[in-house]
Write a protein that binds this ligand. Structure first.
Ligand code: NAD
Length: 353
């Protein structure tokens, strides 16, 4: 008997090498006449290309972003959007650029056209996040989900191997947690398994040769599915932990996901039951948690919280902060395992959530 909830995303997706060329047509199809461009430092050249192709339409630009969207940065961008009379936000860059555009959309109700350049997946979701006073606030609002997303794998060719690997594991985390989400729809699970397979196939090639366009195409395809999945269901203990660690200790977002994921997956083995088996197969592994650890090691992505800058003395506080949001047994052990970074064994961390 089926019993599921699907938060059906409604946006348009344009995917393919060279699809940056489609941006002017998409802007015009949206009827926009006053564009505010938001880009991170890396994407300045791409944003300039976009601006050149939108002659007379760009009325404001923000070229500075920061991870987890600091409230002050968001307030400045909201002010600029209002003063410029923008009628569309076009963001180019990683999850931080998308996040800043979402923060503006949250206040102004402007629509977003997103051009992602990492594997974060934010461009497909209604989830916004803002950080202030060492705390990250997040929420869901359909109005911040980009109405159009242009995926061009060419834009990811410059993403360095270490960032590609960590960002790819961040996408993988969305796929893993979808598989065992409560009331997850069969469509979401199918997309999650497909995405996990695509990332597992692509990431070793991306790291070996960052300019391999076929591997980049496959990785971005997996990242699109990861974003789609994230936008259609709810996430579990892994995302809750990364949310707390990112907000409280300013750890690097994607790398933290990579470090925690094998241990969160091991932690969830008992509760997830057979739903992790197809995921393990997609990873080419017998056990999903060990398979994720092996993948991360093979692509040089972090597998320990110590490696991403977490201090051992903060682990207990972090466990308490996670448990304060919703009490879950075994979080302290999970964090300790993630801090140590050893390959998860079948027996380890089998704690019922
Ligand atoms: P990021 O956007 O902070 O980018 C990391 C670095 O990579 C930056 O210096 C950026 O300039 C650079 N960069 C981006 N694209 C590049 C490219 N193609 N080549 C070279 N360098 C490039 O990091 P991220 O991991 O993409 O995003 C993390 C942020 O996204 C976090 O704030 C996280 O909370 C958020 N996020 C939100 C959601 C959501 O649904 N709301 C989902 C995932 C992530």
């Amino acid at each position: 008997m089926r019993d599921f909830v699907l938060d059906q995303p409604g946006g348009r997706v344009v995917f393919g090498a060279g699809s940056l060329d489609a941006v002017p047509g998409e802007v015009s199809a949206l009827g926009a006449e006053r564009v505010m461009l938001v880009n991170d430092r890396h994407s300045r050249t791409t944003a300039e290309t976009v601006a050149d192709r939108l002659p007379g339409l760009v009325v404001a630009r923000v070229g500075h972003t920061a991870t987890h969207v600091p409230e002050r940065l968001a307030a400045d961008a909201v002010r600029l959007a209002r003063e410029s009379g923008a009628d569309l936000l076009v963001c180019v860059g990683g999850g931080s650029a998308t996040g800043l555009a979402k923060a503006v959309a949250l206040e102004t109700r402007l629509r977003i056209l997103a051009v992602p350049t990492t594997y974060a997946g934010s461009e497909m979701t209604p989830i916004w996040g803002l950080t202030g006073d060492g705390r990250k606030r997040t929420g869901r609002d359909p109005g911040v989900r980009p109405v159009c997303v242009v995926y061009d794998p060419v834009l990811t060719l410059g993403l360095p191997p270490a960032l590609s690997a960590a960002s790819g594991m961040n996408a993988m985390a969305h796929l893993v947690e979808a598989v065992y989400a409560p009331k997850v729809s069969p469509l979401t699970v199918t997309a999650a398994i497909e995405g996990a397979g695509a990332l597992a196939r692509a990431l070793p090639g991306v790291v070996r040769d960052p300019a391999d366009l076929a591997a980049r195409d496959e990785a971005l395809y997996g990242a699109w599915l990861a974003g789609w999945v994230l936008g259609t269901t709810t996430m579990g203990i892994h995302h809750r932990i990364c949310h707390v660690l990112g907000g409280r200790y300013a750890l690097p977002h994607a790398a933290t996901h990579s470090a925690v994921l094998p241990y969160a997956t091991a932690h969830n083995r008992a509760a997830a039951g057979p739903s992790l088996a197809p995921l393990a197969r997609a990873l080419g592994a017998e056990d999903a948690a060990a398979g994720l650890w092996d993948l991360a090691v093979s692509i040089g992505a972090p597998t320990s919280l110590a490696a991403v800058g977490m201090r051992e003395r903060d682990l207990d506080e972090a466990a308490a902060l996670v448990a304060a949001e919703r009490p879950v047994a075994g979080v302290r052990d999970l964090l300790r395992a993630a801090y140590a970074g050893a390959r998860p064994s079948q027996e380890s961390n089998e704690v019922t959530p």
